[in-house]
Structure formats: C-alpha cells, structure tokens
Design a protein around this ligand. Structure first.
Ligand code: SF4
Ligand code: SF4
Ligand code: SF4
Length: 329
C-alpha cells in the first residue's frame, strides 16, 4: 500500500522490449494527463525526459511510489533496469501485454539468439551486410572497447524477472484502464497486491454481438469472409479470442468488425489463455461431442493456419509452453 502523504506521488515509466505503443497509451489519456501531473511528479521517463540510469541508481530505495514498466525482458540491460526499478519503487506495475505476458516480442521464443540474429542481420531480404556482422557484447576499436548488453535466448515476462505488484493488461492498455489505475493509486484504493487492474469479466461479456450458441464447421481467416456486423464472429467461423480474454477494452476490436486477438490476457481465474481458447474452439466446432469415427478432427483443426500466433499471440512466455525446446549447440 502507498502511504498517502500531503506531497505529490512520484511516478516512473520505463520501456524494455517494447514497440513504444504503451508509452503512447500514457499520452492517450489526453487531458487526464493533467490530473496525473496534479497528483504526481514524474521522476523517470526516458522517452520523454532527459534522465540517466545513474539518476535512478542515486535514488534511495523505495523512493518512487509507482513505476509503470512496459515491455518484456530480453536483454541484460532490461533485466538490470527491472531489478533496479523494483528496488527503487514501492509499487511496480507490469504495464501492457509485453510486460505482463511477454507479448509480441515473446513470439521470438520459437527461436534462440543465434536464429534471431541470423534472420535479422544475415538473411532478411532488405539487409545488406557484406561482412556478415552480428552484434557482439564487446568490440575493440582504436578509441577503446565498445559494449552492448547481452541478448538472451529467451524472452521473459516482468514477473519472471522480479516481483510485480499489479498488472495493467492490453496492447496497449485501454485508456480507461490507465485512467482508472491512476485514480485508484491517487485515492489509495488499489486492490490486493497481485491483482490485474481490469474488470473481472471476459471480452465476450462486454461484446454487443448477438450469440446464438451455434456450432461451426468451417474456419475463415479474416480476409476470407465479410462478417455480419451484428453477429458473433466466432459463430461465423472467424476465430475470436473473446471467450478466453479478459475484458476492460470495451470489445473495441469487435466494434471495428475485427476479431479479438487476445491482448487482454487470460480471463479471470484462467492461467492458460491459449488452452482455454482451444477448449472453447473445440466446443464450438463440436469436437467435444463428436462420436462419428469418420469425423476428421485433424482436418478441421488444420484450417487454423497459425495456431501459435492465434492462441499465444501475446502470451507465449507466460504460457505452459513458454518456449520451443532447442538442443544445445
Ligand atoms: S503491449 Fe503492445 S503496445 Fe505495449 S509495448 Fe507491447 S506491443 Fe507495444
Ligand atoms: S467470440 Fe468474439 S464476437 Fe463472439 S461474443 Fe465473444 S467477443 Fe464477441
Ligand atoms: S478486443 Fe481483444 S485484442 Fe482487441 S483490445 Fe480488446 S482484448 Fe485486445
């Protein structure tokens, strides 16, 4: 719990393996940012302020009231900053899907560092690299030694690295969730430690689409079908992660006639978002009741072209799969 004092709170924002969208989400609260500034001083925000890591190192422990940390952990520098900010903060919030679940960067867990570097620096069609140079942690030049942080084989979530107090889900978190979290912090009304700062319901619970409890037999990719804008997308054969995903975003993708891809993370009381969705899909495909021996479940499931990117788009590092097993080289 944050002790409420007369003085303003101290906030910090940091980005690790992130696309920058979560930083924009903070600004998306628009004029409410003025409320934040009225309640809190921002003492560290590398994307917006000229502050150095040594400034954070010089802060007393627990000096920062709340640190909002977005992005996953994939380098030594990000791991160092996660540990440092944990030490310097009373409350650490995993902000966004990458920090909470590994997010899109976490899909790199199908490979290791060697494969990622080969693809990125040697094989990609747009790369011109005649000397086949790849990043090194240390490189000698005439002026001295240049260093880069170690790049890890495995992408980790923030809570696989340090203790986390709260989670703000989403890619990026919905503006109402960000504003609600700031208000709860300012009023000292945060829920128990470990809580996800989002409603205890699924995206389906928030979705206005009509559901008829229909079974499906064909799965369509988004570009293959123009859906009826009034009806449940899943019941029209378009995989929608709504049943397995926590709400709080007001079903905003479905409002744009696009399926939920699961950025809100697992539903309350569900730890494995991917398997929860596979189970929901098996049910709507009727696989759970099928008795006919000629029934070809594999053929039906083969219609799903990208199972990992469909069921674990944001959550591979946090899932029971976590990463692809690879032989030591
Ligand atoms: S959660 Fe989404 S918006 Fe935020 S850093 Fe990750 S990819 Fe970007
Ligand atoms: S599956 Fe998708 S479209 Fe259907 S009700 Fe749930 S969120 Fe809405
Ligand atoms: S509908 Fe799904 S993918 Fe879209 S914002 Fe909400 S939780 Fe994220």
């Amino acid at each position: 719990m944050i002790a409420m004092e007369k003085e303003k709170l101290k906030f910090a924002f940091y980005w690790a393996a992130s696309c920058g969208g979560c930083e924009i989400a903070v600004l998306d609260i628009n004029e409410k940012i003025l409320d934040v500034i009225a309640k809190a001083d921002i003492v560290f925000w590398p994307v917006a302020m000229d502050v150095k890591y040594k400034d954070v190192e010089a802060m007393p422990d627990k000096y920062i009231d709340v640190c909002f940390f977005n992005g996953a952990i994939r380098t030594e520098e990000q791991e160092h900053m996660a540990k440092l900010l944990r030490k310097k903060s009373k409350v650490l919030v995993a902000f966004g899907a990458c920090s909470q679940l590994g997010g899109i960067p976490g899909l790199a867990n199908v490979a290791n560092k060697k494969e990622v570097f080969e693809r990125t620096y040697l094989e990609s069609p747009s790369t011109l690299n005649p000397n086949s140079a790849t990043p090194k942690t240390s490189f000698k030049v005439a002026e001295g030694e240049l260093t880069l942080p170690e790049f890890f084989d495995t992408v980790r979530t923030l809570d696989q690295t340090v203790d986390v107090d709260y989670y703000l889900p989403g890619c990026p978190p919905h503006v109402n969730l960000v504003a609600g979290a700031v208000e709860a912090i300012a009023k000292n009304e945060l829920p128990p430690r470990g809580s996800v700062l989002a409603p205890e319901k699924s995206v389906c619970d928030e979705c206005p689409m009509e559901k008829e409890e229909k079974k499906i037999s064909v799965i369509y990719r988004v570009y293959e079908k123009i859906p009826d804008p009034e009806k449940c997308l899943l019941e029209q054969g378009i995989i929608c992660m709504g049943p397995a995903t926590r709400g709080g975003c007001e079903a905003q993708c479905i409002s744009a006639n696009m399926p939920c891809t699961g950025c809100g993370g697992p539903c309350p009381n569900v730890t494995e978002q991917g398997s929860a969705m596979m189970s929901a899909l098996a049910s709507i495909l009727g696989l759970d009741q099928e008795k006919d021996s000629n029934f070809d479940a594999e053929k039906l499931m083969a219609q799903i072209k990208d199972p990992l990117g469909t069921f674990y788009k944001y959550s591979l590092p946090a899932s029971i799969l976590r990463r692809r097993i690879m032989k030591d080289e």
